[in-house]
Design a protein around this ligand. Structure first.
Ligand code: CUA
Length: 333
């Protein structure tokens, strides 16, 4: 972290230099033309001045080279900026396949983070250096915005929707986390820090920070408490579809459309089950809107993700089988 005033936050992620280079290029282009125009205004005003108050200006007809020049040059500059920015944008938007997944909820006025293995933190986020980290989050009340200045990533936390930021931290240290969307009285206090650690230190932090079971274990508990398990039988004979191996698959709906079973779809199906009904099931499921907090929805999502038939019956009991081998690695679908 800076010792005193600095114009830019440190570059601490793989994306940071790319975002900065683009930004500096745009600033340089803008500055160049601003200076060019200003200088020409002054030079021409001086060069073509006249002391004769009655002088009539010369009539100017068009100049093809000039007109082509001031059309083509800005066009080329704009296309270069567009192409470059699109390249950076796609990288920002598309997390790599292998990421560490972290869930987060924003609410006035704090950030809660949940590691998949169950560790949770408030206004602090521990991540390892050199590994891609994907943070999936939503808001429990109003609009917030998750902003990691040193990583150059930012996204709004929107009630009712999942947002994602991802980054690969490149330097060990502590960096700011800000809320970048005015959200009420203590908006300015809705801050935190990211602690970037050596992978080994991160591992021991994970083990040291006691969680109340993994997220998916909590989800399994909820799944039973909310009686989801009475309809979603794993043998497919229940009133609702079996959820084993469903996550990441594509399902046909009653209206014939297909839907990808991702986090957003699972969330929607918990809160508004009738919105996209999987064929050929009846619209029997009650809504859980207002009955399940966003954190618990995330736990249910993680539990449903963990339901895999491979691993010999693990799915029946819902034990998060594949997790144990590599606790910090999740394949991201
Ligand atoms: Cu939350 Cu501003």
């Amino acid at each position: 972290m800076g010792s005193g005033f600095s114009l830019f936050p440190e570059q601490a992620s793989t994306l940071a230099p790319r975002v900065d280079n683009l930004y500096f290029f745009i600033v340089a282009v803008t500055a160049f033309f601003a200076v060019l125009v200003s200088v020409l205004v002054i030079v021409f005003a001086w060069k073509y001045r006249t002391s004769d108050p009655l002088a009539v200006g010369e009539h100017i007809h068009g100049s093809i080279p000039l007109e082509l020049g001031w059309s083509i040059i800005p066009f080329v500059v704009a296309v270069v900026i567009f192409g470059w920015a699109a390249d950076v944008f796609f990288d920002l938007q598309r997390p790599p396949d292998q990421t560490i997944e972290i869930y987060s909820t924003a609410k006035r006025w704090m950030w809660k983070f949940q590691h998949v293995d169950g560790q949770s933190e408030i206004n602090e986020l521990h991540v390892p250096v050199g590994r891609a980290v994907k943070v999936m989050f939503t808001s429990e009340d109003v609009l917030h915005s998750m902003f990691f200045p040193s990583f150059r990533v930012k996204a709004d936390a929107i009630p009712g929707r999942y947002s994602t930021v991802w980054f690969t931290a490149t330097k060990i240290g502590e960096y700011h986390l800000f809320c970048a969307e005015y959200c009420g009285t203590n908006h300015s206090g809705m801050i935190g820090k990211v602690v970037v650690m050596e992978p080994a230190a991160y591992q021991s932090w994970l083990t040291g920070a006691l969680g109340a079971g993994s997220i998916s274990q909590r989800g399994e508990q909820l799944f039973n408490d909310l009686a989801c398990n009475t309809c979603h039988l794993s043998d497919g004979q229940g009133r609702g579809p079996s959820l084993v191996n469903k996550f990441g698959s594509s399902e046909e709906l009653t209206d014939g459309a297909r839907v990808m079973v991702d986090e957003a779809y699972v969330r929607e199906s918990i809160l508004r089950p009738q919105a996209k009904l999987v064929a050929p099931y009846q619209p029997l499921m009650p809504t859980f809107q207002g009955l399940v907090s966003e954190e618990n929805v995330m736990a249910l999502v993680e539990y449903i993700k963990s339901l895999r038939s491979s691993g010999g019956g693990a799915a029946r009991t819902g034990a998060p089988a594949p997790r144990a081998a590599a606790p910090e690695t999740r394949e991201n679908r």
